[in-house]
Write a protein that binds this ligand. Structure first.
Ligand SMILES: [Zn+2]
Length: 242
């Protein structure tokens, strides 16, 4: 059995930790936060092979300190290594609203690169869900994952109407608004993520939590574990491996 982590900051882990995750039957989507982590994420793909799916990008939290050349370099690397996923990119009006203009500038540069290419976007969007959606529509983005989605139900509907997906985080066990989303989301609309090694209210997130999260969700969704695992695999492959 293979399990899928759709959003993890793999570059922050040691090679030994990563080997351990992969030995536990995981396929991991490694997102990047800036130019430096983009370079490391691409090296991890080279070192560990297909079980690491690299995404390159600049996290909205890093927008303020990013220089133009960094964005260009990340895009050059995406092209040179034929990277199929951009992330973690997007907008954030909750944690870093003060840098919004710069965030939009950087996000749009990535969207311009995506136009006409078959790429998936690994999206960060706290408080900026609708603005992100508008931009995705403007740039005809076909495939996007709203990671750890905690926004309003109406936005969730809109996300699904465009056939975009969300990822459910292990925090679903303790974060009520995320739990509500998990209850509402249709079975074709989600994958699982860890967002490791982020620490959420004392919960040390890790790819090792993927299985327990699926188990928890099988009760929420009233589905057998087997059926749910199969569904998640289909959704994951539709996004990242098609
Ligand atoms: Zn993240």
């Amino acid at each position: 059995m293979t399990y899928y982590d759709a959003h993890c900051h793999l570059h922050e882990y040691s090679d030994n930790d990563i080997k351990d995750f992969l030995d536990n039957d995981l396929v991991i989507v490694g997102v990047s936060d800036d130019l430096e982590s983009t370079v490391r994420t691409l090296k991890l793909r080279e070192k560990f092979g297909e079980r690491v799916i690299p995404c390159v990008g600049i996290h909205p939290w890093n927008a303020a300190k990013t220089v133009e050349r960094d964005v260009e370099r990340v895009i050059e690397l995406a092209e040179r290594f034929d990277v199929k996923c951009l992330g973690e990119i997007g907008l954030d009006l909750v944690f870093v609203p003060e840098s919004l203009d710069k965030q939009i500038k950087i996000f749009v540069e990535f969207l311009e690169y995506v136009k006409g290419r078959d790429l998936v976007l690994n999206i960060h969007s706290p408080g900026a869900w609708s603005r992100v959606l508008q931009l995705l529509n403007r740039y005809d983005v076909a495939k996007a994952l709203f990671h750890w989605f905690t926004g309003p139900q109406e936005v969730l509907k809109e996300i699904r109407s465009h056939d975009y997906m969300i990822s459910i985080n292990p925090s679903v066990k303790i974060q009520n608004k995320h739990l509500e989303i998990a209850r509402k989301i249709d079975i074709e609309g989600f994958v699982i993520e860890s967002d490791g090694p982020y620490n959420y209210k004392g919960l040390q997130l890790s790819p090792k939590m993927i299985f327990s999260t699926i188990k928890f969700l099988s009760e929420i969704k009233n589905m057998s574990l087997e059926e749910l695992i199969k569904n998640i695999e289909i959704n994951f492959k539709k996004l990242f491996i098609s």
